[in-house]
Ligand binder design. Structure first.
Ligand code: FAD
Length: 317
């Protein structure tokens, strides 16, 4: 009956979002009077998961599962849920999990709620709070199937320490050739920079920066803060920055703890993608820029004066 969590890892390290998923599962398990079981793929040391409330870890070790494979992972997680009698399965909202969760829900004949932002309002009926309309509203969704699959929004619940045993158990799901009809053979990272999806801090530049040659100060700030770099749509459309950095309604979503926007006006389509960021800092020389209405902190000033000064100060910490 335990709550099952899928713990993602990359290059042998657990992803931070998975600790948040485990913390969340611990709270839900407490409400249901049960424990937390995690499933990992090719992870070595899983004891760390105990710190986030995981009581038991099903360790899958299989070379064929070295790289993410939605069909095979889904099949394995389904078998783990059945073995544990899990009625609730929790995943993060990473790109891989967003692909995996609906597949898993179909296999488990479960209701699936994505963008979950809080522990259930009630477990009977099972009702979860979710974001809607690009984070401008919430809805409360009742899931009536016996098994529920939840996708937890990043940074919605936070990482909380809790005591769990993280007792490891080898688990060998039975996988068929069909599970491997599509296979990722290898993954070559294009860059070693922090990705927007994983970043705690994102530093973003807009058309106010005038040209690609002026991004040095943005990259410097990102280096100091260990942040990812991002940009508005016109900036990537003009080729000043790669399309992978475009954030907003038609770009990547941002759910970092801190989002620093430099020379970005704050058009509705931009805000749609960054609403979920916890704290927004805006640097713009126009005091009427719409972004200031959405900002937690604002600096009215010329980016070419403010950002270098800010970088010097940040280096002192
Ligand atoms: P601008 O609107 O040109 O703003 C530049 C800002 O920089 C201004 O506020 C100005 O005051 C400031 N500035 C100028 N000089 C300085 C200086 N020296 N120091 C400080 N500040 C300065 N946009 C996105 O970003 N993401 C999306 O996903 C997206 N999707 C879209 C989808 C659709 C269907 C449509 C129609 C539009 C979309 N857009 C999107 C575009 C969006 O409407 C805006 O045009 C865009 O966000 C504006 O980018 P910007 O703020 O960089 O540029």
């Amino acid at each position: 009956m335990s709550v099952l969590v899928y713990i993602e890892s990359e290059e042998g390290k657990f992803k931070k979002a998975s600790f948040e998923v485990a913390s969340y599962a611990k709270e839900v398990a407490g409400m249901m009077g049960t424990s937390v079981t995690a499933i990992t793929f090719n992870a070595e040391d899983v004891s760390e998961l105990g710190t986030y409330g995981v009581d038991k870890v099903l360790k899958v070790s299989n070379d064929k599962l070295k790289n993410f494979n939605a069909e095979a992972y889904s099949d394995a997680i389904k078998q783990a849920a059945e073995k544990e009698g899990s009625k609730v399965v929790v995943l993060s909202q990473s790109a891989n999990s967003k692909y995996l969760a609906p597949l898993l829900a179909v296999q488990l004949e479960a209701g699936y709620a994505s963008n979950v932002v809080a522990v259930p309002e009630s477990t009977d009926p099972f009702t979860v709070k979710r974001t809607a309309f690009t984070n401008k509203a919430f809805n409360f969704t009742k899931i009536e199937t016996e098994v529920k699959v939840l996708g937890l929004s990043k940074n919605a619940f936070g990482i909380k320490e809790a005591q769990g045993d993280a007792a490891a158990e080898d688990f060998s799901p039975s996988l068929s050739e069909e599970d491997f009809s599509v296979n990722v053979e290898s993954v070559d990272k294009a860059t070693n920079k922090v990705t927007i999806a994983d970043a705690e801090v994102v530093v973003s530049g807009g058309r106010g920066l005038k040209g690609p040659e002026n991004w040095g100060m943005i990259e410097e700030m990102a280096d100091i803060l260990g942040a990812a770099t991002a940009c508005s749509k016109p900036v990537s459309d003009m080729g000043w920055r790669p399309h992978s950095e475009h954030v907003g309604q038609t770009g990547k979503p941002v759910a970092s703890n801190l989002y620093i926007a430099v020379g970005i006006s704050g058009a509705i389509q931009h805000l749609a993608g960054i609403n979920a960021a916890k704290t927004k800092v805006v640097i713009n020389n126009d005091p009427e820029a719409p972004f200031f209405k959405a900002a937690d902190y604002g600096i009215v000033g010329d980016a070419f004066e403010v950002v270098p000064k800010l970088n010097e100060k940040l280096k002192e910490f």
